[in-house]
Design a protein around this ligand. Structure first.
Ligand SMILES: NC(=O)c1ccc[n+]([C@@H]2O[C@H](COP(=O)([O-])OP(=O)(O)OC[C@H]3O[C@@H](n4cnc5c(N)ncnc54)[C@H](O)[C@@H]3O)[C@@H](O)[C@H]2O)c1
Length: 546
């Protein structure tokens, strides 16, 4: 078995690793030493010559070079990592999967003191107040260390070694927790096969007497029923309410039926609702949680890609009316969001591909690494290729989109400011969905058309550099999103855009892409909008020739 040691600089990973490997005749890998050996120079000169990005790229390669986890029993290899290694999602996937990971946790003030007295140069801390710098690193990295076994790091070398040795015979779970963040919105956890543990812990924190599991038939089959079994095994009683599959769950009549079921079950304010399903189920069950007894705790267990990277985050809940989608709703933040990428393996490829429309939007808003990931693995992600589950690409996709959304929503919970950025591509997308009467086109597919329109508008008004627009459109081409011509009349679509305008004091606020981010423009000339809408409805030339 491999043991991975993570923690802040100065927490003793190398010293503990060396001692443990000697005591168990296990191999020892110090990743920083590997990087120095490979580069032929010490880390401070790598930082000086290649900057932090150069160092991180070397670090990623060194972690990849570790190869697969050693499955043999007993301690066979100890890996000491650099303090920042687990920040990168793919590094975490590689380090934590199939290995025992331990976090040597110590207060930043003590670590700052150790660093002051240590001869080892630390480029990230040089020239800064060590205590302030260490506190900053501690708070920004805790969620990446959290998945590892937390070991008290101030009990001295022998004490740490002794604690770790007590765990060496623990069975390695088949599940891998990748991220555990405590945000002002609630707890966010991401993992592979970790849903049951996450929900159990969330219910434990709520001191829940029982939980009401709200799901729909397909999500119940692939996720809910095993979750119910696991909760029963953990001694947590559950009740189950099944809503219809898909958009049919988002109706007031369905919410009334479900609320009456809650009344029959005598559900109390302390009985949390656990929403297990995709975006539609999450919106409906979230609305039920927001309104039953004026609000009960909600745990989101998203089971589709749309739900994991977008809809389960941010607290928007809603149901539809015949007059329009999402017209009745409430803001109700989930106390916990437990995202498990294993659930995504059974998704229909069309649902996966459509969800990537939103992912491309998130990347365009300014996550360079997300765009690169989509450029490299997009077609395989869209097809649900088993390779993207094995490589950690799917988990990285979910993490990058979900955490970006958490950052935006945390800064603007009620959509008064920066949250508008999430509307990039949505002006035309909403119009297309309305004209299509929400049939025949999925939301993410409509977003891809809307994103193309926003890029073309952005280039016309000088907000979006042409090369940025070309790059994102080329990515959409590769993903086969927003390519085919649409059968909706231009005038009807433009009318729908104009109706949307009325909701914003008569001026449509266009979110537009910039070189590496976004801006809002209210002065987009009508003829520019007409031309952008006309061109995207006509489809791309490649699609016409296909
Ligand atoms: N609240 C928000 O902020 C927000 C944001 C975006 C979208 N949404 C809403 O989300 C909905 C769309 O989300 P969606 O695409 O997840 O819809 P969905 O919930 O209808 O799920 C799509 C399909 O996947 C099936 N499914 C669910 N989990 C599965 C699994 N693990 N394996 C196989 N099949 C599975 C469902 O039965 C359904 O047929 C829309 O109603 C939209 O309005 C809300």
């Amino acid at each position: 078995m491999d043991l991975v040691l993570v923690g802040l600089p100065g927490s003793g990973k190398s010293a503990v690793g060396r001692r443990l490997s000697r005591r168990h005749e296990a191999a020892f890998v110090d990743l920083d030493e590997e990087i120095e050996r490979d580069a032929g120079r010490p880390i401070p000169s790598i930082f000086a010559e290649e900057g932090e990005p150069g160092f991180r790229a070397r670090e990623r390669r060194a972690i990849e070079a570790l190869g697969p986890a050693d499955p043999r029993p007993g301690l066979t290899r100890v890996i000491a990592t650099g303090g920042g290694a687990p920040v990168d999602p793919r590094n975490r996937w590689r380090l934590y999967r199939g290995r025992m990971a331990a976090w040597l946790d110590a207060p930043p003030e003590i670590l700052a003191q150790r660093i002051r007295n240590s001869p080892v140069p630390r480029p990230l801390l040089s020239g800064r107040d060590p205590v302030a710098a260490m506190r900053g690193l501690a708070s920004s990295r805790a969620s990446f260390y959290e998945p590892a076994l937390r070991v008290n790091g101030i009990v001295g070398l022998a004490g740490i070694v002794e604690t770790l040795e007590r765990h060496l015979d623990d069975a390695l779970p088949d599940a891998t927790l990748l991220l555990r963040a405590t945000t002002i919105l609630g707890r966010y956890e991401l993992g592979d096969g970790t849903a049951a543990g996450g929900v159990e812990a969330a219910l434990g924190r709520l001191e829940a007497r029982r939980a009401i599991l709200v799901s729909e038939p397909r999500a119940w089959e692939v996720a809910g029923s095993a979750l119910a079994d696991a909760l029963a095994a953990a001694g947590i009683p559950t009740e189950r309410i099944l809503l219809p599959r898909g958009e049919d769950a988002k109706r007031l009549g369905i919410i009334e039926e479900a609320a009456r079921e809650l009344a029959r079950l005598r559900a109390e304010r302390t009985d949390p609702i656990v929403a297990i399903g995709g975006g539609a189920l999450g919106d409906a069950a979230g609305f039920l949680a927001a309104t039953w007894l004026r609000g009960v705790p909600l745990v989101q267990v998203p089971t589709t890609l749309v739900a994991q990277l977008d809809s389960s985050i941010g607290g928007k809940t809603a149901v539809d009316l015949p007059e329009g989608k999402n017209l009745v709703g409430a803001f109700h933040q989930a106390v916990a969001n437990i995202s498990d990428v294993r659930f995504l393996r059974t998704l229909d490829p069309r649902d996966l591909r459509a969800a990537l429309g939103e992912a491309v939007k998130m990347g365009t808003l300014g996550d360079e690494r997300l765009l690169e990931l989509l450029e490299a693995d997009g077609p395989a992600l869209a097809a649900g290729d088993p390779a993207v589950f094995a490589s950690g690409a799917m988990a990285e996709l979910v993490e990058r989109c979900a955490t970006a959304k958490i950052v935006v929503v945390t800064a603007d919970e009620r959509e008064q400011g920066g949250r508008i950025s999430l509307n990039l591509g949505h002006s035309l997308a909403h119009a297309i969905e309305t004209v299509a009467a929400f049939r025949g086109i999925l939301h993410g597919e409509a977003v891809a058309y809307g994103l193309r329109a926003a890029l073309r508008v952005g280039v016309s008004v000088g907000a979006t550099p042409p090369e940025r627009a070309e790059r994102v459109e080329a990515l959409l081409d590769r993903l086969d999103l927003g390519c085919a011509a649409l059968p909706y009349p231009l005038d009807t679509v433009l009318d729908a855009v104009a109706t949307d305008k009325k909701h914003h004091d008569g001026r449509l606020r266009w979110v537009l892409a910039t070189a590496a981010g976004w801006t809002v423009r209210v002065d987009v000339p009508d003829e520019v909008v007409v031309e952008a809408a006309r061109s995207v409805l006509a489809g791309t030339p490649a699609a016409a020739n296909a």
